[in-house]
Design a protein around this ligand. Sequence first.
Ligand code: SAM
Ligand code: SF4
Length: 332
Amino acid sequence: MAQRTLQDSFSRKVDYLRMSVTDRCDFRCVYCMAEDMTFLPRAQILTLEELYQVASSFVALGTRKIRLTGGEPLVRKGIVELCGRIAALPGLQELCMTTNGSQLGKLAQPLHDAGVKRLNISLDSLQPALFRELTRTGDLAQVIAGIDAAGAAGFTRTKLNCVVMQGRNDGEVADLVQFAIDRGLDISFIEEMPLGHISEHSRRETFFSSEQIRQRLAERFTLLPSTESTSGPSRYWRVAGAADSRIGFISPHSQNFCATCNRVRLTVEGRLLLCLGNEHSVDLKAVLRAHPGQPEKLERAIVESMKIKPWSHDFRLDDQVQVVRFMNMTGG
Ligand code: SAM
Ligand code: SF4
């Protein structure tokens, strides 16, 4: 049988799925959530079995990489078993996870044993008080212990993710790079995106561009541009004398990365989002629940959805929210 692949109407091949496995989280990061979040009732979210079925259909349609995210994926009960089942799908090359690291102390080894290949771990500050302020509930020492547990469990090419905000953690970018170098980790700096309405700060005032971050880093390091790409939004650099670490910049505002987009996202409610910055979506939960045990129906809906994948997002820097979803709903 011919290899099946997903392609959108702009001839972009889609072979990467990001799945949100929960909207819940033990942190309340100031750029991601409101302080008093209301989470979804259980009946509205996909069951572990439904999440597995969506993953299975995508892999049957040529998906090579799946990333589990959230919310915080490690607060979902049964997550390790789900990872084991997805990792075993024939044809899948990489199962990855994005996590805040708080549960890795106990779960890094079980996740590695279950077949998770790579982790992205969020880390916005190395100062305990600021870390607590930015996450509202997080404990820095616990997260650093989680990062070290991941290394001890055998994870390699682990990447730190850092959202940089002017006047908050912009002064720490060089320290964060040094932390990554000391542990042989990669690090990506992310410009804050206007997802969900937050009142904690004005996104216009805290905006700090990738170019500004590079200038800060150049005060301490010699940055060497790299041609490496993961067909994702990161642009990579290396630091002279630190061969093991790559420095990435994710710049939705200052650099449009849509032309090479190869990904779609599943919300935990089963909405397939065709673009992070647009509302174009298809309700896969409705298909799953109307046709249980009929993967061909699900696969047809996925193939059809490719027709409405938009060309690009349109993030703007005003505080008027264009996308009302919060990042924890989106599978960032
Ligand atoms: N809880 C996990 C974590 O924090 O890594 C996974 C989910 S979180 C939504 C995924 C990534 O999105 C994190 O690296 C987080 O920093 C980033 N993020 C959340 N809200 C964002 C926003 N408004 N703009 C840019 N990045 C954001
Ligand atoms: Fe939770 Fe991740 Fe959002 Fe922070 S960024 S509140 S850790 S989902």
